[in-house]
Structures are given as structure tokens and as C-alpha cells.
Write a protein that binds this ligand. Structure first.
Ligand code: URA
Length: 282
């Protein structure tokens, strides 16, 4: 977890443990959308008290409400289909980029390949250890990331950290995070095709060099890039294990979308279970 734990006495790791325990013991649903980080942590602290007082009843943890009929794949990782990403041949060959990680990073830090370079404060290359088992791929930096140079440090990123902690993953030791775009699009608009074409070779080279055991694409831009399924809705891509250059790839919703649509929080959590099983099997 990046940043301080603030004034709350509950750590994010502890909060994540309580949330996971609550789900496993059949506690009621928690709706976290629209909350500040401290409120999320306080809600998690309250979950323990609720769990003790409500006897843990009233919630079937096997119940799946997965729009689009993808729930069975999402809750039964062992039954998930394994598909080969059609992007594997079509992916931009990052052949002109250096094979040395530090050299690649330095090249990205000085990049002026697209118009986003003129408006950026910082290039946002990555966070987490480059020997990580899991690589998470997001969309593009927002205002907080542009200011700090670190991906996923805003509200969505803190929520992502909390959810990753529920499956014992953290950017402190096991998760490397990068984005499709390394510079912030103005006003947080969607990445444009020319920007993706200019910037994504850096990401693809990062994947080649980091060699993660698994990939998690959050949001439709990274999901489409890594699966090669242009124009396919995210809901149709999730719930199954794809591969990118031989690396197992799970795709799911962007954490910022979860903060807007609380029904996706559970689907995201199910995708994390699928991811965890992929990592454990690798
Ligand atoms: N959203 C992303 O996709 N990436 C970030 O780094 C921050 C927010």
C-alpha cells in the first residue's frame, strides 16, 4: 500500500483480511462506492463487529450475480476456458526498444513520441518490484499519478491495493503495475489510438523483461490491447484465462469503474480468485 495509513488505526492489509473473512463467513455485502479511503477502512473495521453480531448469516457466498452469464466461469476457476489472445501475432513488436530494463525506463522517461508529452508533469513508468509474480496493467495516469510519477496512487489505486490484498498480493513484494499510456491524457479523457500505438511498445517490452507469472488487465483499454479483441465489451472478456505471449492473462473491470458501479465489485473479486488460482498453479 502506498501512502500513509492516515488517522485510522486499521491498516489496509488488516482491512482486506477482515473483508475477505467477512465474505468467507457469509457476512452481508459492503458498498464502498463514493467513499474516501479512510471511510473504506472504517467500514472494513465495522465489518468485524457486524460479523460478530449478525452471526454471519444471510449471505450465500456461492451466489453469483454475473450479468452476461459469465458467472460460472468466474466462480469456477478450475473450469475456466483457456483462450489464446489473438493479439499474439498482431501485437506491436517492441523490437527497437532496449533489452535492458533501466535503458528502457530511461527511454520512456524522455519520450516525446506523442502529443501527451507536452502536457505531462511526469512520465509514469511503473511501481512495484520488477521481479514481481503479477503484473497489473491499467489504462493511463490521472492527476495524482501525473504529479507523483507513480501509477495508481489516487482513490482507484488505493481501492485496487485493498482488493489485491484480499488475495495476498501487494505491490510491496509481489505486484508490478504499469499502464497502457505513460503520460496523462488531458482531463482524463480516453487514450486515443495514435497514443496507444506510440506508447504501448514500452508496455509490451516491460512485460517481456519483467516476465511475470500472470497478468491482470484492468479496464477495457488494457484488456483489448493484451487480448487483441478490439471492440469487445469487457464483460465478454472477463471470467476466462487468456494468454499473452504465453503468460496467463485475466481481465477485469477498472477499479475506478467499481467506484461508480458497485455491482462490479463482486465480479472483480471473483476475477481476483481466478487470478489467484492461476498464480498458485503456475
Ligand atoms: N488509472 C489507471 O488506469 N492508471 C493509473 O495509474 C491511475 C488511474
Amino acid at each position: 500500500m502506498t501512502g500513509s495509513e492516515g488517522s485510522t488505526s486499521l491498516s489496509a492489509r488488516e482491512a482486506a483480511r477482515l473483508l475477505r473473512q467477512r465474505l468467507e463467513m457469509g457476512g452481508g455485502e459492503l458498498f464502498l462506492d463514493g467513499m474516501t479511503r479512510d471511510e473504506v477502512l472504517q467500514q472494513a473495521a465495522r465489518a468485524l463487529t457486524d460479523q460478530e453480531s449478525d452471526g454471519g448469516g444471510g449471505f450465500d457466498r456461492n451466489e453469483v450475480s454475473a450479468p452476461g452469464g459469465l458467472g460460472s466461469a468466474a466462480v469456477a476457476p478450475e473450469a475456466a476456458r483457456v483462450t489464446k489472445g489473438v493479439s499474439e501475432e498482431a501485437a506491436v513488436a517492441p523490437s527497437l526498444l532496449p533489452d535492458d530494463y533501466e535503458a528502457l525506463r530511461e527511454m520512456a522517461m524522455a519520450c516525446t513520441r506523442c502529443g501527451l508529452s507536452s502536457g505531462r508533469t511526469r512520465v509514469v513508468f511503473s511501481d512495484g518490484p520488477s521481479a514481481a509474480r503479477l503484473m497489473v496493467v491499467g489504462e493511463a495516469p490521472g492527476a495524482n499519478e501525473d504529479a507523483s510519477g507513480v501509477p495508481f496512487v489516487g482513490m482507484a489505486g488505493q481501492f485496487l491495493d485493498l482488493l489485491l490484498a484480499t488475495v495476498a498480493l501487494s505491490r510491496q513484494d509481489s505486484v508490478y503495475i504499469a499502464n497502457v499510456l505513460k503520460c496523462r491524457p488531458p482531463g482524463n479523457r480516453d487514450p486515443q489510438p495514435d497514443e496507444i500505438a506510440a506508447c504501448s511498445p514500452f508496455l509490451l517490452k516491460q512485460i517481456d523483461l519483467v516476465k511475470p507469472r500472470a497478468l491482470l488487465a484492468v479496464g477495457s483499454f488494457s484488456a483489448r490491447l493484451l487480448t487483441g479483441r478490439e471492440g469487445v465489451a469487457l464483460g465478454k472478456l472477463r471470467g476466462t484465462v487468456h494468454t499473452y505471449h504465453g503468460v496467463p492473462l485475466v481481465v477485469t473491470y477498472h477499479p475506478a469503474a467499481l467506484l461508480r458501479n458497485r455491482r462490479w465489485i463482486r465480479l472483480f473479486w471473483e476475477d481476483l480468485q481466478l487470478l489467484r488460482s492461476v498464480i498458485d498453479d503456475s
